[in-house]
Design a binder for this molecule. Structure first.
Ligand SMILES: Cc1ncc(COP(=O)(O)O)c(C=O)c1O
Length: 342
């Protein structure tokens, strides 16, 4: 998507027609350009559950996914609240948690029993927040969103799901793994830097939560608004993905056949899921092994990186294979042969 001709053309034309490159100020001052507001309205419709009569959904655009997570978590949970987060959530969530006045505990990766134990221990807190990624960025496995959402409803908690790696790919029409779940007990984070081929972040939540963030969140109030062209890029990318459904169908096909050849590549507590994932972790253990393997692959022309602690737990250094639709069957066959030699 990053080099999609229509995406380039729409942005180039908008700039030619006078769209300013920079927003010029914070949103609450002069930085609130029409294209930004239109983009947020577009995504509120794009992400709205299909069923009628659901709670109003609003969106907030940020300059990056990191900012979206940081902004939300540093601002919404209050002293007296409790944040329960999956041990494998992204650094941007962790940094937001650190900046929050709420207490926090992690639960074992994808372990609902451990989460329930923590909920029981903290049932007297004002508000419980449960944090997860829907598709985990380093293990390529999935959270059980339905079960987490059920738990959130049961305990009147709020589930915050980072859909960075799922938006544009999963869900009945590619809106992510939370597609069609009302936002009464759910907030979702979407990033523009992955399937959309651009950058930026979107927080999708109940209108009262978004309005609260607009009034309170310092990373929103005291930052220059996102570049107007970014808002245009995200909206256009979503429209293209809606039209070109073959993209996600092809990607999932590639993931399926790769996984068939490689095995399910599971690491500890990696959710057994029928869904194929474009992130394939090949855990090799030591840093040295992972580095040596990635160098071999890079010499052969495969841009596969070694991911090492602290990004992943000790002794789980790995190759992170990331599949996309430009990968041909021939490339993947050659890669599989190379991986066998490793
Ligand atoms: C799960 C997850 N959340 C958030 C982010 C941050 O998004 P961005 O790169 O747009 O800042 C990333 C990675 O970049 C990610 O993998």
């Amino acid at each position: 998507m990053a080099s999609h001709p229509r995406l380039r053309e729409v942005l180039a034309r908008a700039l030619d027609n006078g769209l300013p490159v920079g927003a010029g100020a914070a949103r609450l001052l002069r930085g609130n350009h029409d294209v930004i507001a239109q983009c947020e309205e577009f995504f509120a419709r794009w992400l709205a559950p299909a069923s009628a009569g659901v709670t109003e959904l609003k969106c907030l655009l940020t300059s990056s996914g990191y900012q979206a997570n940081y902004l939300l978590l540093s601002s919404l949970p209050q002293r007296g609240d409790i944040i329960l987060y999956d041990a494998n959530v992204h650094a941007s969530m962790r940094d937001g948690i650190r900046a929050s006045a709420a207490k926090s505990f992690h639960f074992r990766h994808n372990d609902l029993g451990d989460l329930q134990r923590l909920i029981a221990q903290n049932k007297n807190s004002e508000q419980i927040f449960i944090l997860t990624e829907s598709l985990f960025s380093m293990d390529g496995d999935f959270a059980d969103i339905t079960a987490l959402h059920d738990l959130a409803i049961q305990h009147n908690a709020i589930l915050i799901a980072d859909e960075a790696h799922a938006t544009g790919i999963y869900g009945p029409t590619g809106k992510g793994l939370c597609e069609n779940i009302p936002r009464t007990h759910l907030i979702t984070i979407h990033t523009g830097g992955k399937a959309f081929g651009a950058a930026g972040g979107i927080i999708a939540a109940r209108a009262d939560i978004i309005d609260y963030l607009i009034n309170i969140a310092r990373p929103f109030i005291f930052a220059t608004a996102p570049m107007p062209v970014l808002a245009l890029a995200l909206q256009t990318a979503a429209q293209i993905l809606d039209e070109e459904t073959w993209r996600r169908e092809k990607l999932l096909q590639i993931c399926k056949s790769f996984r068939r050849e490689m095995g399910d590549g599971r690491v500890e507590n990696n959710n057994i899921s029928p869904l194929p994932s474009p992130i394939y972790p090949l855990v090799l253990g030591t840093d040295a092994k992972a580095l040596e393997a990635s160098q071999k692959l890079q010499t052969a022309g495969y841009d596969i990186r070694a991911i090492r602690p602290p990004t992943v737990p000790e002794n789980t250094a790995r190759l992170r294979i990331s599949l996309n639709i430009s990968h041909t069957p021939e490339m993947l066959d050659e890669l599989l042969a190379l991986l066998k030699t490793i």
